[in-house]
Design a protein. Sequence first.
Length: 259
Amino acid sequence: MARPLLIIDSGSGGFTILKSILTKMPDLSFTYTADYGGYPYGRLSAVEIVSRVKHLVSVSQNQLDHGMIVVACNTASTHTLPALRKEYDIPIVGVVPAIKPACERYPGGEILLLATPSTVEGAYIDNLVKIYASGVGVHRFGSVDLVRVAEDSLHTGESIELVRKVVGDVASLRYDAIVLGCTHFPLIATSLKDIFNGADLIDSAYGIAERVQMLGADSLCQGASKRFFATEYSPPPWNFLRQFGLSKPKILQMPLLAV
């Protein structure tokens, strides 16, 4: 039986993934669940992230049975996918930084990975670099503050000054490409493009959309039934949500967890 897609994220960054998915599957039925109560995940330990994401999926599934889960958060994906795949017998798609396509596009080039500290310092990224980055200079910059600036931009507007302040001296170097290793960062793409002198911005959204379309062609339902859940009332403004056909979220009760 065809069922809706479940997309989860710590905040609003996952909407950048949802937007790409809807370009390929415009009538898709979906649920977007945001853990605003735990945002941003980049400041939490791996154990805390796994605990929150497992509970987030559980309470979402208790509201409605879904046919596929997209973990639309790079930090959460690098920590939680094995645990989720062990627990749920449905396709689970994670979002990982686009190191491979960036290295393929710029062999011998210089690439900067922007992500959370938890992501850039993780063994998962070390492995991607080892496999795909032969001859490529891969630089890393991890920042929770940049995630906050991106989320806040939905409420206050994009501020190149704030973005520039956070990235600091890393912007003084020249890069062929910037890998946006957090789904929040496309929200400030205009500022990043300017700050990094027009470097190619590469994210994972298109690849995730293709993956969802391939896996969910027969198992995900159409009809554009749309739901928005959150663990705390901190949603983007209505003028942002309306492009997805959403309005105020339903607040989910999470167990008392570390934040």
